[in-house]
Design a protein around this ligand. Structure first.
Ligand code: PGA
Length: 248
């Protein structure tokens, strides 16, 4: 039985004050009792604040990106070891916003995954097709390409996958539970080619306009093990409801 995971991707949002308030609210509801694993991924400057505010909490700390090098002349970048210094356990990599806005390639995403794993942290690898690719009947081929590069070289037992159709991110246009399940089954099958046992246990999240109203139906699908939540993760009541709709 796979353990559910809900990850909050706050993207470039929040302030010292709003994040303090948000985490206070999340801890009040989510620290009591068991349930799915919960991860919050703040903007880099707030990692230290969050790491202190999460002392003794069952909520884990994640990051939204990392550089592939361990140090050097990379102005504005963050090395995986620096994230580890703040108690980061997971790093979102290959998010479509980074692939599109910063032209991150599959090869670069792989390098980042390897660098993050080398520090003992878990990459949350995002894959997903654009609307144009879906309409051209290429959704599976695109996802397979993004996935295979990483599956070939990474330690599969220390990896979380996230299917995020680009057309569903921040648009309010969620994939239907059937559409999402179909791609999740395809992704799990892709992992099974390499190891049946890993495929059984690997956590595959769905992301793209998840909210308190659609979460339960999505998470009820056989191959959907939780969510990667953007907009709705900034609203405490909504995010708590989403977390509670995943089985622990
Ligand atoms: P959204 O973002 O929930 O706001 O659609 C999800 C994501 O980009 O991870």
């Amino acid at each position: 039985m796979r353990r559910g995971l809900v990850a909050a991707n706050w993207k470039m949002n929040g302030s010292r004050e709003s994040i303090t308030e948000l985490l206070h609210g999340l801890r009040q509801s989510l620290d009591t009792g068991a349930g799915a694993q919960v991860l919050v991924c703040p903007p880099m400057p707030y990692l230290d604040l969050c790491s202190r505010l999460l002392q003794g909490s069952r909520i884990s700390l994640g990051a939204q990106n990392a550089h592939e090098a361990s140090s050097g002349a990379f102005t504005g970048e963050t090395a995986p070891g620096m994230l580890l210094d703040f108690g980061v356990s997971h790093v979102i990599l290959g998010h479509s916003e980074r692939r599109q806005l910063f032209a991150e390639t599959d090869v670069q995403v792989l390098a980042k995954c390897l660098a993050v794993q080398a520090q003992g942290m878990v990459p949350v690898l995002c894959v997903g097709e654009t609307l144009q690719e879906r309409e051209a009947g290429q959704a599976e081929a695109v996802v397979a390409r993004q996935l295979d590069v990483v599956l070939e070289a990474c330690e599969l037992t220390k990896l979380v996958l996230a299917y995020e159709p680009v057309w569903a991110i921040g648009t309010g246009q969620t994939a239907t539970p059937e559409q999402a399940q179909q791609m999740h089954a395809f992704i799990r099958q892709r992992v099974a080619v390499r190891s049946g046992a890993v495929a059984e246990n690997i956590c595959i999240l769905y992301g793209g306009s998840v909210n308190a109203d659609n979460a339960a139906q999505l998470f009820a699908q056989q191959d959907i093990d939780g969510g990667l939540v953007g907009g709705a993760s900034l609203k405490p009541a909504e995010f708590i409801k989403i977390c509670k709709s995943v089985s622990g």
